[in-house]
Ligand binder design. Structure first.
Ligand code: ADP
Ligand code: MG
Length: 679
């Protein structure tokens, strides 16, 4: 068995499982092995019932003292019974497992593992796993992988497939040169892969992670260095010197640019007329006003007779930018075209025609902009907004759509400058370090669920004052084994709780794009008072009239993500509020959320979070969401990033094309990584 073989070669994977794996993006054995666990489970010691606490996952040993009883609640069949040990008893319940009615035996010894929740004022264990004594003792203390799943595929099935692949798959020589492995004390690739799936203990996990994050960063860094080396400073066909309309736009804006914006715009304008290709990153916290810089740059391209395009990560954001651009730029005689994946074939054809025939000046869109079919008549500038959602490869593909167009990328990820220089090694950096002066800082509070009634009353008041509210829930639908608040049920519950007349709607990632756009448009037009949403609204959305955000189960999100989310409010002149609602009020969860209470500064939040968690945190939530890293996290693994970059630098200086025979493995890996043949 080889890494490139289909996963069908693994015993036990037939046509049906193949399809399910495919949904997770896994078609080959190699891809399966690179499908790292999301987290790990550790069996802990058995606890007396009398000592359990809300919100924790515990293991109990005892017997059932009441017969299992089944009740129908909404669409769920809930089985419950009482469980007892020497110290006390507790109610236990399961969803949709009716066969337990017959299989649970009174008086027999059981070991249960599950979460403790508070229901109707009583502690309960929900949806526990039932273990035999033998299973329990075999697994005690070991880390069990927990994978991302899709409906129909169990964690057990993935675990089994990975174990089989590890056993059968042939080893290739390690692609990281020995000198590097020695210098940075890195485990071999094969061992690291084995240990990331099935670590014997925490040390093995930490070592495996160290190696794998290093290799991710190393490949990334090497690709970047090569790109910079081979491109160098390039002269540009597009010298964009006319600036009459951009001046007009600045005059037209309902506000004055902040000093940070002015400086960024000055940097961009200088680049555009320099005669060299611009490669610039604009970094600015959420709400610092990056969009207008993009708009000015695109307008400049248009006014000089060329085309400019801006790519954003979501349809909703594309629509929003499109409308804003139309509002400001059509009066200046600029033609704007929208191109997104959800448009009908006819609409797409029309857009593509306008783009190819130079019947439009500025194009706003999603990934659809870099599809093969789209050709640009005269592309002088490309902008990627929310850059952290795109990979380097996509940036390159976008660039290939023109003849070395100018490039502007915008990101709100609060990374320290030292890291930004590495991560965006091929770019010049402008930082917008000011927020518009008219803004009042967001007022934050981290609270427990008992604060909800007050929160609802507060929202009603804000709505009466003409404002709008976001409520964020982590899930779409009720799921069997999660207590997390979900969007649908939550909206229904709110309908009953809130005063009649309050207009509610929900939004989540599984809805059709057109539907999402419709809801967002209604929300922007103030036809909706409360929008209950998953994190789909995380990036870029701008509705300044929304002044309250409440995040349910806030403890389930990374702090950086919470910071991005709260950036949806506090965008206008009115006082805004963000309520972080902790679903369990464990001390650590509250301490983490308090960091957000302390500061509205993304850098501060990221730094404090890192200090609290420390490296090698097993259950750490990914912070940065930088898509081009699977395992690595730029905050948590900052040290690895610097070392990998250092190693890549040395390489680039001595042998940029990896021509030496001993680097064959590395060269092959690089070609796979960048998708280009290295000459
Ligand atoms: P982000 O940097 O998060 O992309 P946006 O560009 O979406 O921020 O801007 C957020 C809001 O601030 C928008 O409503 C925008 O019109 C407004 N804005 C931008 N610049 C200024 C400014 N200098 N003064 C006041 N409001 C501004
Ligand atoms: Mg933005």
């Amino acid at each position: 068995m080889k890494p490139i073989d289909s996963i069908r070669t693994i015993k036990g994977i037939g046509e049906k499982s193949e399809k399910l794996f495919c949904k997770l993006g896994i078609t080959t054995v190699g891809e399966l092995l690179a499908f790292y666990p999301r987290e790990y489970d550790i069996l802990t010691a058995i606890q007396p019932i009398s000592s359990v606490q809300e919100g924790s996952t515990v293991i109990l040993e005892g017997t059932f003292v009441t017969r299992p009883h089944m009740a129908n609640v909404k669409n769920l069949k809930i089985i419950s019974c009482k469980f007892r040990d020497a110290s006390g008893q507790i109610q236990v319940s399961w969803f949709n497992m009716p066969y337990l009615l017959r299989s649970l035996k009174m008086g027999m010894h059981y070991i249960l593992r599950g979460r403790i929740v508070l229901k109707n004022g009583m502690l309960q264990m929900t949806q526990p796993k039932i273990l035999t004594k033998e299973e329990y003792h075999n697994q005690l203390g070991k880390l069990q992988p927990v994978y991302h799943l899709t409906a129909g595929l169990t964690n057990h099935a993935v675990t089994k497939a990975v174990a089989a692949a590890l056993k059968e798959c042939e080893t290739e020589p390690d692609f990281l040169p020995l000198e590097i492995r020695k210098k940075y004390d890195l485990t071999g690739h094969k061992k690291a892969i084995r240990d990331i799936h099935f670590p014997e203990n925490k040390e093995a996990y930490v070592k495996a992670r160290k190696r794998l994050t290093f290799e991710e960063f190393f490949l990334f860094s090497l690709a970047l260095h090569r790109m910079k080396e081979t491109k160098g400073e390039k002269t540009s066909d597009f010298v964009l010197a006319e600036n009459e309309k951009t001046e007009q736009l600045v005059q037209m804006l309902p506000y004055a640019l902040t000093s940070g914006q002015e400086k960024a715009w000055e940097d961009v304008r200088t680049d555009l007329q320099s005669g060299y290709v611009m490669n610039r990153l604009i970094q600015g916290d959420v709400g610092s006003g990056k969009t207008v810089i993009a708009m000015l740059a695109l307008l400049c391209a248009a006014e000089n007779g060329h085309q400019g395009a801006i790519m954003v990560p979501t349809e909703v954001l594309a629509n929003q930018h499109y409308e804003e651009f139309v509002r400001y730029l059509t009066p200046l005689g600029i033609r704007i075209t929208l191109l997104t994946g959800s448009m009908t074939a006819a609409q797409k054809r029309k857009a593509a025609g306008e783009i190819a025939g130079h019947e439009t000046d500025i194009i706003v869109g999603t990934h659809a902009l870099i599809q093969e079919k789209v050709t640009y008549a005269d592309l002088a500038l490309i902008v990627t907004d929310e850059q952290h959602r795109f990979g380097v490869k996509q940036r390159e593909q976008f660039s290939d759509k023109g003849h070395s167009p100018h490039m502007l990328v915008m990101s709100a990820t609060p990374i320290p400058r030292t890291l930004a220089i590495i991560l965006y090694g091929d770019l010049d950096v402008s930082v917008i370090d000011t927020l518009p002066a008219s803004r009042l800082p967001i007022k934050n509070c981290a609270v427990g669920t008992n604060y909800r009634p007050q929160a609802y009353r507060f929202m009603e008041k804000q709505i009466q004052a003409g404002h709008q509210v976001y409520i964020i829930c982590p899930m779409v639908e009720e799921s069997e084994n999660s207590e997390a608040e979900n969007v649908m049920d939550y909206t229904n519950m709110l309908r009953e709780t809130m005063s009649p007349g309050i207009r509610l709607a929900y939004l989540h990632g599984k809805m059709k794009a057109a539907q999402k756009n419709e809801i967002m448009t209604e929300f922007a037009k103030q036809e909706i008072d409360i929008l209950v949403s998953t994190t789909v609204i995380e990036v870029g959305i701008n509705v300044p009239n929304a002044t309250v955000m409440m995040i349910e189960n806030a403890e389930r999100f990374g702090l950086a993500q919470l910071h991005q989310l709260r950036g949806r409010v506090g965008r206008g002149k009115d006082q805004s509020y963000c309520i972080f609602m902790a679903g369990n009020s464990s001390k650590e969860a509250m301490e983490r959320l308090k960091i957000l209470e302390e500061s509205n500064d993304g850098f501060y939040v990221a730094k404090q979070d890192l200090q609290m968690r420390g490296p090698g945190d097993l259950f750490g939530i990914r912070q940065s969401g930088e898509l081009y890293f699977k395992l690595a996290d730029i905050f948590q693994d900052a040290e690895q990033l610097q070392q990998a970059n250092e190693a890549a630098c040395t390489f680039t200086r001595s042998d940029v094309s990896l021509l030496c025979k001993k680097y064959d493995g590395l060269r092959a890996k690089m070609e796979e990584y960048t998708g280009e043949i290295m000459l």
